[in-house]
Design a protein around this ligand. Sequence first.
Ligand code: NDP
Length: 261
Amino acid sequence: MKQFTIFGNPVAHSKSPKMHNSAFNGLNFDANYSKTLLKDGSQLRDKFFELDIDGANITVPHKEEAFKICDELDSFAQKVGAVNTIIKKDNKLYGYNTDALGFLKAVSLFDIDIKTILIIGAGGTSKAISKILQDEGYIITILNRSASRLEDFKDFDRYTFDNFKPQQYDLIVNSTSAGLEDDYLPAPKEILEELLSNAKASIDVIYGKETPFLKLSKEFNLPLKDGSDMLLFQGVIAFEKFTNHQFNFQEIEKFMKRAFE
Ligand code: NDP
């Protein structure tokens, strides 16, 4: 039986074991997926080999450490500097970033012509999704509360709330953690109201709750999504790698979706 796990801190809330086990069972693939609380990220590589697992997902706050401990990285993980999926083959660790691909798939499902995207936030998630969207030809602008993290976004138009003059963007993305465990909007209300009143759609990367950002988006009658599609699709893409592409996207999605019911 193959063994997989998710490393994180905290990890108790993670939906990944339910998602992957549901697909392993549904597709009769002999494997099990567990949760592993990892407090000290520097132990990640040792722990991976100690548990003798075949693959893993890595969540907050260890995605950058996961990037460092892999023997081989795919070109996109290399660009982003963060890894959320690792496969072990012949005692070597191969790293991927499926978060960004999952987000890209979620954006592509809007039945709307989207060309320009404003991403609020400049953390790890923003880094990954902004690069992949830019590679796909979208025109990306980054807006963040503080200036320091914008240093990593030299290839983008980037602003803080103080020097930002809202324009029209087709899609507004909340990639911050504002609204996750609090009731904050990710940017001042006046800025958001102007953006949302001119936008075609909005997405929050936070899932499982209606954030203040999504609540405000609703007032503008915009098509919207929370982070559930991103979570589901990053899982499907990781599962394809865990099972060496034996199953197609739709069949994995069908069983993985049951974890959300
Ligand atoms: P980071 O800690 O790397 O970055 C956090 C960002 O949020 C920073 O830009 C920070 O701004 C900003 N921020 C935090 N609080 C506020 C606030 N009150 N007002 C305005 N800005 C704020 O986080 P990650 O990028 O790792 O994660 C961001 C979110 O993405 C989390 O909520 C996480 O749950 C979600 N996520 C969802 C996934 C999914 O599958 N749906 C996958 C991965 C992540 P500053 O620089 O000023 O501090």
